[in-house]
Design a protein around this ligand. Structure first.
Ligand SMILES: Nc1ncnc2c1ncn2[C@@H]1O[C@H](COP(=O)(O)OP(=O)(O)OP(=O)(O)O)[C@@H](O)[C@H]1O
Ligand SMILES: [Mg+2]
Length: 313
């Protein structure tokens, strides 16, 4: 097996007294799309910019394409493409000029017009960057990241500000990069985007990785009962059960309903989506502090912290 494209061990980053990244380990395999997810301030950009060579780490080992990004070597620069979370692209350059200029900085660039077309900027070749809309500027960022035909592409919230069609187009571009065998490290707040594109994701919270795995598999590792069975009762109210054994529970529920001559209306069996897992793992952020005086005990047991869906099984 080829070496991983990115290896991160014990990565830490402090800004003064504040430790933004608190011991992170992960690997991104060559040819993989890897998603870094997490709330605002979790440490995603800090991590990504250390891997890009834009920020210095406080501790830990980082290898990107076999190189130390902290050294900012020319070989490293030629092999990576970068979409920063916020860019400082000069405002007085025209779209085609910008793409062509970046092309001239790389040893084996892609074709300028091809990249302009790929990122949906045709018709805007002559426009000054400062006249582009937010989404169009973001497309230009993506074009500049791709023009050098890099092996590894860092995309820090690449589709923020994109309209739905542009987002789908960007997804196609990212898929085509994967088909070309490129490696992509992506951060996003759009969980459908991560679910669609990423082979694996890591959810970062407070500078640590809370969970890591394939987006479709994470649900099975969070909480005790990964499946949810839902239906509408006779009076139309929604009944939800969580279980780790949907076969048996379905058998019991449908058996009991049939014995009563009923149907389970709108019956569904689902697994938690990436969004469910994300919200469950990151829920504490938005929770109110506990009241000073404990309220009277409720009849029902309190739902698990942060759990959006709950059943009684
Ligand atoms: N240059 C800096 N100086 C001081 N603190 C910083 C600096 N950059 C980031 N931080 C702090 O580090 C923490 C992590 O920031 P970071 O930008 O990595 O978060 P993020 O996960 O990318 O968030 P977002 O989703 O909002 O982009 C935040 O609390 C932020 O305030
Ligand atoms: Mg960020």
């Amino acid at each position: 097996m080829s070496d991983p494209a990115i290896e991160v061990r014990g990565l830490r980053k402090s800004y003064g007294d504040f430790e933004a990244v608190r011991g992170i380990d992960f690997e991104v395999r060559s040819g993989e799309v890897f998603g870094l997810l997490g709330p605002n301030g979790a440490g995603k950009t800090t991590t990504v910019e250390i891997l890009e060579g834009y920020r210095e780490r406080s501790a830990g080992d980082v290898t990107v394409l076999g190189l130390d990004p902290g050294k900012r070597s020319r070989a490293f620069r030629a092999q990576v493409g970068i979409v920063l979370q916020s860019t400082g692209i000069y405002r007085h350059i025209r779209v085609r000029e910008a793409v062509a200029h970046f092309a001239s900085l790389y040893p084996h660039p892609r074709d300028v017009d091809e990249v302009i077309a790929l990122t949906g900027l045709h018709g805007k070749e002559g426009a000054l960057a400062r006249t582009l809309s937010g989404g169009q500027l973001r497309r230009l960022d993506l074009a500049l990241a791709l023009i050098g035909d890099p092996e590894l592409i860092f995309l820090d919230e690449p589709t923020t500000g994109f309209d739905p069609a542009a987002r789908r187009a960007a997804w196609e571009t990212i898929r085509s990069l994967k088909q070309l065998g490129k490696t992509v490290l992506l951060t996003t707040h759009y969980l459908d985007e991560a679910q669609e594109l990423a082979d694996r994701v890591a959810i970062i919270k407070d500078g640590r990785i809370a969970i890591e795995g394939a987006p479709g598999e994470l649900g099975a590792t969070v909480g005790t009962a990964p499946y949810m069975i839902a239906y509408r009762s006779g009076n139309g109210s929604l009944v939800e059960h969580r279980t780790d054994d949907p076969t048996t529970l379905l058998h019991e529920l449908t058996g009991a309903a049939l014995a009563r001559g009923h149907k389970l209306e709108s019956l569904t069996v689902t697994r938690p989506t990436l969004e469910d897992v994300y919200l469950e793992l990151t829920a504490e952020e938005s929770e109110e502090p506990a009241p000073a005086e404990a309220p009277a005990p409720a009849q029902e047991p309190a739902p698990a912290r942060g759990r959006r869906r709950r059943g009684r099984r």
